[in-house]
Design a protein around this ligand. Structure first.
Ligand code: AMP
Ligand code: GLY
Length: 423
């Protein structure tokens, strides 16, 4: 098979790493990819939103399958254009992808399909939003409506902080994603990320993990796209997985199909395990980043038949995937300042050393110049991942590798997986 993989982050490096191991694959091209991915596949130059170019490339390489990594390609309608061209695609159409691209759409969707979620209000301007705070109690949850790379959420401890977040959002602090905001009831509980595959008709749970969204140790600092993950996560008991499948996953796939937009790809369910059962925090229309990294390390089955089955409506023929018993951990290394302003271009040394069979370093935002040095972008740069017999061993291996990477301008959290270890 020839496969085109779209994207350039750590998630896509992990997907490329796993796809490249499949005996079914003859040719794997990633666009635009990154220097780490260049070691496992060919790279093309088109960005995820260059839809016409990507469709052209898929035709030229006689792609049997296109795998979409990032949400921006989904929102840009890449799956729609591929469907028109008759090329199987793993990744939902723009209409189905609204489950991620608009929080306002998702909240109303959840209401229509009786999916448990936090009570909410949608606000179009700052005075209305400030008045609507009366309907909630602290801590206040203030969210930008559109895509904001996981950074468009503020949990405000008091009213003054909530009002400042509202002013910031309407003042452009979240970019164009902040023109509409969603206020939400604060959910008390433990967070979890569950993944489910869909092919428009059937669906299947496809792993789970826990992410650490805050920038600093002890869940301090601003929300990020994710600073580290581990899998399995003990918050996911079999009962919880079953309840999430029944109350969140099934109604979502059935609902979006009934609304005329059958969903082909992976649905990422971010949920809060509360005292009253699992509640939806948000849907994403793609694998989580960095959840995907730990899932790929633990996935024993060949991933390609699953991706293809989603794209071609044959998921019902697939057995449940097999997972390794080992635990996996991912530690994100980011440029100091992320998720705020951070200077791109600092040099990273030692990232491509051989750390042994249990450690894999995925590249996220990196580049190499003519001098051959590896340089970081202004955000998350590397994902240092490891597997071990238990979480403690996986962590030890991952942090051992982190310690030998020489990058003074970078930072990372030192407590990935603390909730599981504290149990
Ligand atoms: P999101 O971008 O919606 O995934 O939110 C980012 C983070 O904010 C989540 O991972 C949660 O930790 C937190 N969060 C979002 N919504 C809520 C809520 N309603 N109650 C409590 N925490 C929330
Ligand atoms: N790690 C959460 C996300 O991908 O948005």
């Amino acid at each position: 098979m020839n496969i085109l993989l779209v994207g350039s982050g750590g998630r896509e490096h992990a997907l490329a790493w796993k796809i490249a191991q499949s005996p079914l694959v003859k040719r794997l091209v990633a666009s635009p990819g990154n220097p780490g991915m260049a070691k496992v596949c060919e790279l093309a130059e088109w960005k995820p939103t260059e839809v016409a170019r990507l469709v052209q490339l898929a035709k030229e390489m006689a792609a049997d399958l296109v795998v979409i990594g990032p949400e921006l390609a989904i929102e840009a309608g890449l799956a729609d254009a591929l469907e028109e061209a008759g090329i199987p695609c793993f990744g939902p159409t723009a209409a189905a992808g609204r489950l991620e691209s608009s929080k306002a759409f998702t909240k109303a969707f959840a209401e229509r399909h009786h999916i448990p979620t936090a009570r909410y209000r949608i606000c179009e301007d700052a005075p209305a939003a400030k008045a609507a705070l009366d309907d909630f109690e602290p801590p206040y949850v203030v969210k930008a409506d559109g895509l904001a790379a996981g950074k468009g959420v503020v949990i405000a401890q008091d009213r003054a902080a909530a009002e400042a977040a509202i002013d910031d959002a309407f003042g452009g602090g979240f970019g164009s994603a902040g023109q509409t905001i969603v206020l939400e009831e604060y959910l008390e509980g433990e967070i979890g990320s569950l993944f489910a595959l869909g092919d428009g008709r059937s669906s299947m749970v496809f792993g789970w993990a826990q992410d650490h969204k805050r920038a600093f140790d002890g869940e301090e600092g601003p929300n990020t796209g994710g600073m580290g993950t581990y899998s399995p996560a003990p918050v996911f008991t079999w009962d919880l997985v079953e309840e999430v499948r029944e109350r969140l996953v099934e109604p979502a796939f059935k609902g979006i199909a009934r609304e005329g937009a059958p969903y082909r790809g992976v649905l990422f369910v971010e949920l809060m395990a509360t005292r009253d059962g699992p509640k939806l925090v948000e849907f994403n229309a793609r694998f989580g980043d960095p959840e995907c990294q730990v899932l790929m390390l633990r996935l024993e089955s060949d991933i390609v038949p699953y991706l293809m089955a989603c794209a071609t409506g044959r998921l019902h023929e697939m057995p449940a995937p097999r997972w390794r018993d080992e635990h996996a951990v991912c530690v994100v290394l980011a440029t100091q300042g992320y998720p705020g302003k951070a200077e791109a271009g600092s040099v990273i040394r030692g990232a491509d050393a051989d750390f042994g069979p249990d450690v894999v370093v995925f590249h996220a935002g990196t580049s190499t110049g003519e001098d051959g040095l590896l340089r970081a972008g202004s955000g998350r740069a590397l994902n240092v991942c490891a597997v071990g017999a238990d979480l403690a061993e996986a962590r030890e291996k991952a942090y051992g590798a982190v310690a030998s990477i020489d990058w003074p301008e970078g930072f990372h959290r030192t407590d990935i997986g603390w909730r599981a270890l504290a149990r």
